[in-house]
Design a protein around this ligand. Structure first.
Ligand SMILES: *Cc1c(COP(=O)(O)O)cnc(C)c1O
Ligand SMILES: [Zn+2]
Length: 401
Protein backbone atom coordinates (compact mmCIF):
# COMPACT_ATOMS: atom_id res chain seq x y z
CA UNK A 1 0.00 0.00 0.00
CA UNK A 2 1.50 3.28 -1.18
CA UNK A 3 -0.89 5.72 0.45
CA UNK A 4 -4.29 6.05 2.09
CA UNK A 5 -6.79 8.79 1.17
CA UNK A 6 -10.15 9.64 2.76
CA UNK A 7 -12.93 9.35 0.19
CA UNK A 8 -14.78 12.33 1.73
CA UNK A 9 -12.21 14.97 2.70
CA UNK A 10 -9.10 13.80 0.85
CA UNK A 11 -6.94 13.65 4.01
CA UNK A 12 -3.80 11.59 3.49
CA UNK A 13 -2.66 8.89 5.92
CA UNK A 14 0.54 6.93 6.27
CA UNK A 15 -0.19 3.19 5.73
CA UNK A 16 2.33 2.31 8.45
CA UNK A 17 0.15 4.06 11.05
CA UNK A 18 -2.73 1.61 10.37
CA UNK A 19 -5.56 4.18 10.34
CA UNK A 20 -9.09 2.73 10.60
CA UNK A 21 -11.37 5.80 10.71
CA UNK A 22 -10.84 9.27 9.24
CA UNK A 23 -9.80 11.61 12.05
CA UNK A 24 -12.25 14.22 10.76
CA UNK A 25 -15.08 11.85 11.75
CA UNK A 26 -16.72 12.51 8.41
CA UNK A 27 -17.66 8.86 7.65
CA UNK A 28 -15.30 8.91 4.69
CA UNK A 29 -13.73 5.61 3.64
CA UNK A 30 -9.97 5.43 3.85
CA UNK A 31 -9.15 4.19 0.37
CA UNK A 32 -5.96 2.14 0.12
CA UNK A 33 -3.84 2.98 -2.92
CA UNK A 34 -1.37 0.33 -4.06
CA UNK A 35 1.95 0.72 -5.80
CA UNK A 36 0.99 -1.03 -9.03
CA UNK A 37 4.35 -0.39 -10.69
CA UNK A 38 6.15 -2.57 -8.19
CA UNK A 39 3.30 -5.12 -7.91
CA UNK A 40 3.48 -5.63 -11.69
CA UNK A 41 6.97 -7.01 -11.29
CA UNK A 42 5.83 -10.03 -9.30
CA UNK A 43 2.17 -10.46 -10.27
CA UNK A 44 1.18 -11.70 -13.70
CA UNK A 45 -0.89 -14.44 -15.31
CA UNK A 46 2.09 -16.77 -15.37
CA UNK A 47 3.24 -16.08 -11.81
CA UNK A 48 -0.32 -16.71 -10.60
CA UNK A 49 -0.48 -20.00 -12.49
CA UNK A 50 2.53 -21.27 -10.59
CA UNK A 51 1.27 -20.38 -7.12
CA UNK A 52 0.17 -23.26 -4.90
CA UNK A 53 -1.57 -21.04 -2.32
CA UNK A 54 -5.31 -21.43 -2.90
CA UNK A 55 -6.61 -19.07 -0.23
CA UNK A 56 -7.18 -15.36 -0.79
CA UNK A 57 -3.56 -14.94 0.33
CA UNK A 58 -2.59 -16.14 -3.13
CA UNK A 59 -2.96 -12.45 -4.06
CA UNK A 60 -0.76 -11.23 -1.21
CA UNK A 61 0.66 -8.23 -3.07
CA UNK A 62 -2.86 -6.80 -3.39
CA UNK A 63 -3.83 -7.27 0.27
CA UNK A 64 -3.01 -4.78 3.03
CA UNK A 65 -1.76 -7.25 5.64
CA UNK A 66 0.74 -10.10 5.84
CA UNK A 67 -0.55 -13.64 5.56
CA UNK A 68 1.16 -14.72 8.78
CA UNK A 69 -1.43 -12.75 10.78
CA UNK A 70 -4.36 -14.64 9.22
CA UNK A 71 -6.66 -17.22 10.78
CA UNK A 72 -6.61 -19.58 7.75
CA UNK A 73 -10.13 -20.90 7.71
CA UNK A 74 -9.65 -21.44 3.95
CA UNK A 75 -11.90 -18.74 2.62
CA UNK A 76 -12.02 -18.12 -1.10
CA UNK A 77 -11.19 -20.36 -4.06
CA UNK A 78 -14.91 -20.99 -4.45
CA UNK A 79 -16.02 -22.81 -7.59
CA UNK A 80 -17.15 -21.04 -10.72
CA UNK A 81 -19.87 -23.29 -12.06
CA UNK A 82 -21.02 -23.33 -15.66
CA UNK A 83 -24.76 -23.48 -14.96
CA UNK A 84 -25.96 -25.14 -18.14
CA UNK A 85 -29.30 -26.41 -16.83
CA UNK A 86 -30.26 -23.12 -15.22
CA UNK A 87 -28.86 -21.34 -18.26
CA UNK A 88 -31.25 -23.29 -20.47
CA UNK A 89 -34.15 -22.19 -18.33
CA UNK A 90 -33.04 -18.55 -18.38
CA UNK A 91 -32.01 -18.67 -22.05
CA UNK A 92 -28.42 -17.79 -21.23
CA UNK A 93 -25.97 -20.31 -22.66
CA UNK A 94 -22.92 -18.81 -20.94
CA UNK A 95 -24.23 -18.51 -17.41
CA UNK A 96 -21.74 -18.97 -14.56
CA UNK A 97 -22.31 -19.03 -10.83
CA UNK A 98 -19.59 -17.99 -8.39
CA UNK A 99 -20.66 -20.16 -5.49
CA UNK A 100 -19.77 -18.18 -2.38
CA UNK A 101 -21.91 -20.42 -0.15
CA UNK A 102 -18.82 -22.66 0.07
CA UNK A 103 -16.91 -20.27 2.31
CA UNK A 104 -16.15 -21.26 5.94
CA UNK A 105 -19.22 -19.59 7.46
CA UNK A 106 -21.25 -19.94 4.23
CA UNK A 107 -21.12 -16.44 2.79
CA UNK A 108 -18.66 -14.24 0.86
CA UNK A 109 -18.26 -12.08 3.98
CA UNK A 110 -15.50 -14.49 5.05
CA UNK A 111 -13.22 -12.92 2.47
CA UNK A 112 -13.73 -9.52 4.10
CA UNK A 113 -13.46 -10.69 7.69
CA UNK A 114 -10.34 -12.78 6.97
CA UNK A 115 -8.55 -9.59 5.98
CA UNK A 116 -10.14 -7.38 8.65
CA UNK A 117 -9.21 -9.74 11.48
CA UNK A 118 -5.70 -10.36 10.14
CA UNK A 119 -5.22 -6.60 10.40
CA UNK A 120 -6.55 -6.70 13.97
CA UNK A 121 -3.91 -9.30 14.84
CA UNK A 122 -1.20 -7.24 13.17
CA UNK A 123 -2.27 -4.18 15.18
CA UNK A 124 -2.30 -6.21 18.39
CA UNK A 125 -5.93 -5.47 19.27
CA UNK A 126 -7.88 -7.95 21.37
CA UNK A 127 -11.51 -6.97 20.80
CA UNK A 128 -13.58 -6.59 17.65
CA UNK A 129 -17.05 -5.15 17.10
CA UNK A 130 -19.57 -5.23 14.27
CA UNK A 131 -22.99 -3.93 13.30
CA UNK A 132 -24.64 -6.35 10.93
CA UNK A 133 -27.84 -8.00 9.81
CA UNK A 134 -26.17 -11.36 10.12
CA UNK A 135 -23.56 -12.74 7.73
CA UNK A 136 -20.85 -10.18 8.42
CA UNK A 137 -21.35 -10.67 12.16
CA UNK A 138 -21.28 -14.47 12.06
CA UNK A 139 -18.17 -14.33 9.92
CA UNK A 140 -16.40 -11.85 12.19
CA UNK A 141 -17.37 -14.05 15.17
CA UNK A 142 -15.77 -17.12 13.55
CA UNK A 143 -12.54 -15.38 12.59
CA UNK A 144 -12.31 -13.67 15.98
CA UNK A 145 -12.75 -17.05 17.67
CA UNK A 146 -10.02 -18.60 15.55
CA UNK A 147 -7.62 -15.79 16.44
CA UNK A 148 -8.54 -15.62 20.13
CA UNK A 149 -10.18 -12.19 19.88
CA UNK A 150 -13.27 -11.15 21.78
CA UNK A 151 -16.15 -10.23 19.45
CA UNK A 152 -19.11 -7.90 20.08
CA UNK A 153 -22.04 -8.06 17.67
CA UNK A 154 -24.89 -5.57 17.39
CA UNK A 155 -27.58 -7.23 15.29
CA UNK A 156 -31.17 -6.29 14.45
CA UNK A 157 -33.98 -7.84 16.44
CA UNK A 158 -35.22 -9.87 13.52
CA UNK A 159 -31.86 -11.49 12.69
CA UNK A 160 -32.22 -14.90 11.01
CA UNK A 161 -31.98 -17.92 13.27
CA UNK A 162 -29.06 -19.59 11.50
CA UNK A 163 -26.97 -16.46 11.63
CA UNK A 164 -27.84 -15.82 15.27
CA UNK A 165 -26.85 -19.35 16.27
CA UNK A 166 -23.58 -19.00 14.44
CA UNK A 167 -22.90 -15.97 16.67
CA UNK A 168 -23.80 -18.02 19.75
CA UNK A 169 -21.57 -20.97 18.98
CA UNK A 170 -18.61 -18.80 17.96
CA UNK A 171 -18.86 -17.22 21.39
CA UNK A 172 -19.54 -13.59 20.52
CA UNK A 173 -21.25 -11.10 22.83
CA UNK A 174 -24.57 -10.45 21.15
CA UNK A 175 -26.83 -7.41 21.50
CA UNK A 176 -30.11 -7.49 19.64
CA UNK A 177 -31.22 -4.00 18.74
CA UNK A 178 -34.71 -2.93 17.73
CA UNK A 179 -35.13 -0.88 14.59
CA UNK A 180 -35.74 2.80 14.77
CA UNK A 181 -36.97 4.85 11.89
CA UNK A 182 -36.45 8.11 13.73
CA UNK A 183 -32.69 8.05 14.18
CA UNK A 184 -30.63 9.45 11.34
CA UNK A 185 -28.19 6.58 11.66
CA UNK A 186 -28.84 2.83 11.84
CA UNK A 187 -29.08 2.00 15.60
CA UNK A 188 -26.73 -1.01 15.35
CA UNK A 189 -24.11 1.25 13.76
CA UNK A 190 -24.64 3.86 16.45
CA UNK A 191 -24.03 1.33 19.25
CA UNK A 192 -20.96 -0.02 17.49
CA UNK A 193 -19.49 3.49 17.24
CA UNK A 194 -20.11 4.12 20.92
CA UNK A 195 -18.09 1.05 21.84
CA UNK A 196 -15.31 2.12 19.47
CA UNK A 197 -15.16 5.62 20.98
CA UNK A 198 -15.59 4.71 24.63
CA UNK A 199 -13.50 1.58 24.83
CA UNK A 200 -11.25 1.62 21.79
CA UNK A 201 -12.64 -1.65 20.42
CA UNK A 202 -11.56 -2.39 16.80
CA UNK A 203 -14.52 -1.88 14.44
CA UNK A 204 -14.86 -4.52 11.75
CA UNK A 205 -18.28 -4.30 10.10
CA UNK A 206 -18.64 -4.88 6.38
CA UNK A 207 -18.70 -1.24 5.34
CA UNK A 208 -15.68 0.77 4.24
CA UNK A 209 -16.12 3.94 6.34
CA UNK A 210 -15.65 1.92 9.54
CA UNK A 211 -12.92 -0.42 8.38
CA UNK A 212 -10.98 0.04 5.14
CA UNK A 213 -9.06 -3.25 5.36
CA UNK A 214 -11.98 -5.67 5.16
CA UNK A 215 -13.03 -3.95 1.89
CA UNK A 216 -9.99 -5.54 0.29
CA UNK A 217 -11.20 -9.11 0.85
CA UNK A 218 -14.16 -9.33 -1.55
CA UNK A 219 -12.12 -8.04 -4.49
CA UNK A 220 -10.43 -11.47 -4.60
CA UNK A 221 -13.70 -12.77 -6.10
CA UNK A 222 -12.76 -10.95 -9.30
CA UNK A 223 -9.18 -12.20 -9.31
CA UNK A 224 -10.41 -15.78 -8.97
CA UNK A 225 -13.17 -15.66 -11.52
CA UNK A 226 -11.00 -14.07 -14.20
CA UNK A 227 -8.47 -16.86 -13.71
CA UNK A 228 -11.23 -19.50 -13.64
CA UNK A 229 -12.56 -18.18 -16.96
CA UNK A 230 -9.14 -18.68 -18.55
CA UNK A 231 -8.30 -14.95 -18.21
CA UNK A 232 -11.47 -13.92 -20.01
CA UNK A 233 -13.54 -11.03 -18.78
CA UNK A 234 -17.27 -11.83 -18.72
CA UNK A 235 -19.80 -9.52 -20.39
CA UNK A 236 -21.85 -9.14 -17.20
CA UNK A 237 -21.36 -9.56 -13.47
CA UNK A 238 -24.45 -9.52 -11.25
CA UNK A 239 -23.76 -8.14 -7.79
CA UNK A 240 -26.26 -7.93 -4.91
CA UNK A 241 -26.05 -4.71 -2.92
CA UNK A 242 -26.99 -3.59 0.57
CA UNK A 243 -24.32 -1.21 1.84
CA UNK A 244 -22.59 -1.35 -1.55
CA UNK A 245 -19.34 -2.65 -0.06
CA UNK A 246 -19.31 -5.82 -2.17
CA UNK A 247 -19.90 -3.82 -5.35
CA UNK A 248 -17.13 -1.43 -4.29
CA UNK A 249 -14.81 -4.40 -3.80
CA UNK A 250 -15.71 -5.94 -7.15
CA UNK A 251 -14.91 -2.63 -8.85
CA UNK A 252 -11.62 -2.42 -6.98
CA UNK A 253 -10.69 -5.92 -8.12
CA UNK A 254 -11.45 -5.11 -11.74
CA UNK A 255 -9.45 -1.93 -11.49
CA UNK A 256 -6.46 -3.68 -9.89
CA UNK A 257 -6.26 -6.25 -12.67
CA UNK A 258 -6.58 -3.51 -15.30
CA UNK A 259 -3.75 -1.52 -13.70
CA UNK A 260 -1.49 -4.56 -13.53
CA UNK A 261 -2.31 -5.52 -17.10
CA UNK A 262 -3.82 -8.93 -16.29
CA UNK A 263 -7.05 -7.90 -18.07
CA UNK A 264 -7.68 -5.20 -20.63
CA UNK A 265 -11.46 -4.88 -20.86
CA UNK A 266 -14.33 -4.25 -18.46
CA UNK A 267 -17.29 -6.43 -17.52
CA UNK A 268 -20.61 -4.62 -17.08
CA UNK A 269 -21.56 -4.54 -13.46
CA UNK A 270 -25.25 -5.06 -12.73
CA UNK A 271 -26.17 -3.85 -9.25
CA UNK A 272 -29.18 -5.64 -7.76
CA UNK A 273 -31.34 -4.66 -4.78
CA UNK A 274 -34.71 -5.81 -3.42
CA UNK A 275 -37.73 -3.61 -4.13
CA UNK A 276 -38.03 -2.89 -0.40
CA UNK A 277 -34.62 -1.17 -0.19
CA UNK A 278 -33.71 0.37 -3.54
CA UNK A 279 -31.42 3.20 -2.36
CA UNK A 280 -28.61 2.61 -4.85
CA UNK A 281 -30.72 1.44 -7.78
CA UNK A 282 -32.80 4.60 -7.54
CA UNK A 283 -29.71 6.77 -7.28
CA UNK A 284 -28.15 5.16 -10.37
CA UNK A 285 -31.34 5.37 -12.41
CA UNK A 286 -32.23 8.94 -11.43
CA UNK A 287 -28.70 10.30 -11.45
CA UNK A 288 -28.95 11.35 -7.79
CA UNK A 289 -25.49 12.14 -6.40
CA UNK A 290 -24.33 10.01 -3.47
CA UNK A 291 -24.41 12.97 -1.05
CA UNK A 292 -28.15 13.35 -1.58
CA UNK A 293 -29.08 9.74 -0.80
CA UNK A 294 -31.22 9.41 2.33
CA UNK A 295 -31.60 6.23 4.33
CA UNK A 296 -34.62 4.02 3.70
CA UNK A 297 -37.02 4.49 6.62
CA UNK A 298 -38.13 0.89 6.92
CA UNK A 299 -36.30 -1.41 4.53
CA UNK A 300 -38.19 -4.65 3.99
CA UNK A 301 -37.53 -7.77 1.96
CA UNK A 302 -36.95 -11.48 2.35
CA UNK A 303 -33.35 -10.62 1.37
CA UNK A 304 -32.32 -9.86 4.95
CA UNK A 305 -28.67 -9.30 4.07
CA UNK A 306 -29.55 -6.39 1.79
CA UNK A 307 -31.50 -4.28 4.27
CA UNK A 308 -28.84 -1.76 5.25
CA UNK A 309 -30.95 1.40 5.60
CA UNK A 310 -28.00 3.50 4.42
CA UNK A 311 -25.56 2.49 1.65
CA UNK A 312 -22.26 3.37 3.32
CA UNK A 313 -20.19 2.48 0.27
CA UNK A 314 -22.69 3.81 -2.23
CA UNK A 315 -20.23 6.31 -3.69
CA UNK A 316 -17.96 3.54 -4.90
CA UNK A 317 -20.86 1.26 -5.89
CA UNK A 318 -22.43 3.95 -8.08
CA UNK A 319 -19.05 4.73 -9.62
CA UNK A 320 -18.61 1.03 -10.39
CA UNK A 321 -21.87 0.89 -12.36
CA UNK A 322 -21.11 4.08 -14.30
CA UNK A 323 -17.49 3.22 -15.04
CA UNK A 324 -18.39 -0.21 -16.40
CA UNK A 325 -21.45 1.00 -18.34
CA UNK A 326 -23.52 -1.33 -16.23
CA UNK A 327 -27.07 -1.06 -14.92
CA UNK A 328 -29.02 -1.30 -11.69
CA UNK A 329 -32.23 -3.26 -11.16
CA UNK A 330 -34.62 -4.18 -8.37
CA UNK A 331 -36.34 -7.52 -7.87
CA UNK A 332 -39.44 -8.44 -5.86
CA UNK A 333 -39.59 -10.99 -3.06
CA UNK A 334 -41.64 -13.26 -5.34
CA UNK A 335 -38.92 -13.13 -7.98
CA UNK A 336 -36.23 -13.79 -5.39
CA UNK A 337 -37.99 -16.88 -4.00
CA UNK A 338 -38.53 -18.18 -7.52
CA UNK A 339 -34.80 -17.75 -8.15
CA UNK A 340 -33.95 -19.70 -4.99
CA UNK A 341 -35.99 -22.63 -6.30
CA UNK A 342 -34.69 -22.28 -9.86
CA UNK A 343 -31.04 -22.55 -8.91
CA UNK A 344 -31.66 -25.24 -6.30
CA UNK A 345 -33.70 -27.45 -8.60
CA UNK A 346 -31.45 -27.14 -11.65
CA UNK A 347 -27.96 -26.84 -10.16
CA UNK A 348 -28.20 -28.27 -6.64
CA UNK A 349 -27.19 -25.01 -4.94
CA UNK A 350 -29.18 -23.69 -1.99
CA UNK A 351 -28.85 -19.89 -1.89
CA UNK A 352 -30.24 -17.53 0.72
CA UNK A 353 -32.51 -14.76 -0.56
CA UNK A 354 -29.74 -12.14 -0.58
CA UNK A 355 -27.62 -14.60 -2.53
CA UNK A 356 -30.31 -15.24 -5.13
CA UNK A 357 -31.20 -11.67 -6.14
CA UNK A 358 -28.58 -11.70 -8.89
CA UNK A 359 -30.24 -14.72 -10.48
CA UNK A 360 -33.66 -13.09 -10.28
CA UNK A 361 -32.21 -10.04 -12.03
CA UNK A 362 -30.43 -12.08 -14.71
CA UNK A 363 -33.71 -13.85 -15.49
CA UNK A 364 -35.53 -10.55 -15.75
CA UNK A 365 -32.92 -8.99 -18.02
CA UNK A 366 -32.82 -12.05 -20.24
CA UNK A 367 -36.61 -12.03 -20.60
CA UNK A 368 -36.54 -8.33 -21.45
CA UNK A 369 -33.88 -8.97 -24.09
CA UNK A 370 -31.34 -6.74 -22.32
CA UNK A 371 -28.82 -9.60 -22.33
CA UNK A 372 -28.29 -11.76 -25.40
CA UNK A 373 -28.29 -15.54 -24.97
CA UNK A 374 -24.64 -15.94 -25.91
CA UNK A 375 -23.25 -13.19 -23.70
CA UNK A 376 -21.21 -14.48 -20.80
CA UNK A 377 -22.84 -13.77 -17.49
CA UNK A 378 -21.43 -14.35 -14.02
CA UNK A 379 -23.82 -14.25 -11.08
CA UNK A 380 -22.48 -14.02 -7.55
CA UNK A 381 -24.35 -16.43 -5.26
CA UNK A 382 -23.28 -14.75 -2.06
CA UNK A 383 -24.72 -16.77 0.84
CA UNK A 384 -26.25 -20.10 1.84
CA UNK A 385 -29.95 -20.85 2.21
CA UNK A 386 -29.33 -23.04 5.25
CA UNK A 387 -28.84 -19.87 7.30
CA UNK A 388 -32.43 -18.77 7.01
CA UNK A 389 -34.70 -21.68 6.30
CA UNK A 390 -37.12 -20.05 8.76
CA UNK A 391 -37.56 -16.99 6.54
CA UNK A 392 -38.34 -19.09 3.52
CA UNK A 393 -40.95 -21.09 5.39
CA UNK A 394 -42.47 -17.87 6.79
CA UNK A 395 -42.74 -16.56 3.25
CA UNK A 396 -44.91 -19.51 2.24
CA UNK A 397 -46.88 -19.39 5.48
CA UNK A 398 -47.78 -15.74 4.85
CA UNK A 399 -48.73 -16.53 1.29
CA UNK A 400 -51.23 -19.15 2.44
CA UNK A 401 -52.94 -16.79 4.86
C1 LIG B 1 -23.72 -8.57 2.89
C2 LIG B 1 -24.34 -9.39 1.83
C3 LIG B 1 -24.55 -8.89 0.54
C4 LIG B 1 -24.36 -7.45 0.13
O1 LIG B 1 -23.24 -6.85 0.46
P1 LIG B 1 -23.06 -5.28 0.70
O2 LIG B 1 -21.61 -5.20 0.78
O3 LIG B 1 -23.74 -4.91 1.98
O4 LIG B 1 -23.63 -4.52 -0.44
C5 LIG B 1 -25.03 -9.77 -0.42
N1 LIG B 1 -25.33 -11.06 -0.12
C6 LIG B 1 -25.15 -11.56 1.10
C7 LIG B 1 -25.51 -12.98 1.34
C8 LIG B 1 -24.65 -10.75 2.12
O5 LIG B 1 -24.48 -11.26 3.35
ZN1 LIG C 1 -12.15 12.37 5.96
Amino acid sequence: VKKIICSKCGSLYDPASNPVLCEKQDFGRLDLIYDFESIKESLSRSSLRSRANREIWRYGELLPVEERNAAHLFEGRTPLIHASRLGQKLRLSNLYLKDETRNPTSSFKDRAMAVGTAKATEMGVKRTVTASSGNAASSLAAYSAALGLECYAFVPDNVSQGKLYQLHVFGSKISRVSESKESAIDPTVKLMLELVKKEGVYPCPSFGPFNPYQVEGPKTIIYELVEQLGWQVPDYIFVPAGSGCLAAGIWKGINDFLEIGIISSLPRLVLVQPEGNPTLVNAVNSGTPFEDIRRTQIPHSIASGLLDPYPWDGDAAIKAVRATKGTAVTVSDEEIVEAIFDVASTEGIFAEASGAVGLAAAKKMSEQGSIRASESTVVLVTGSGLKEVNRLSEFFQNKKE
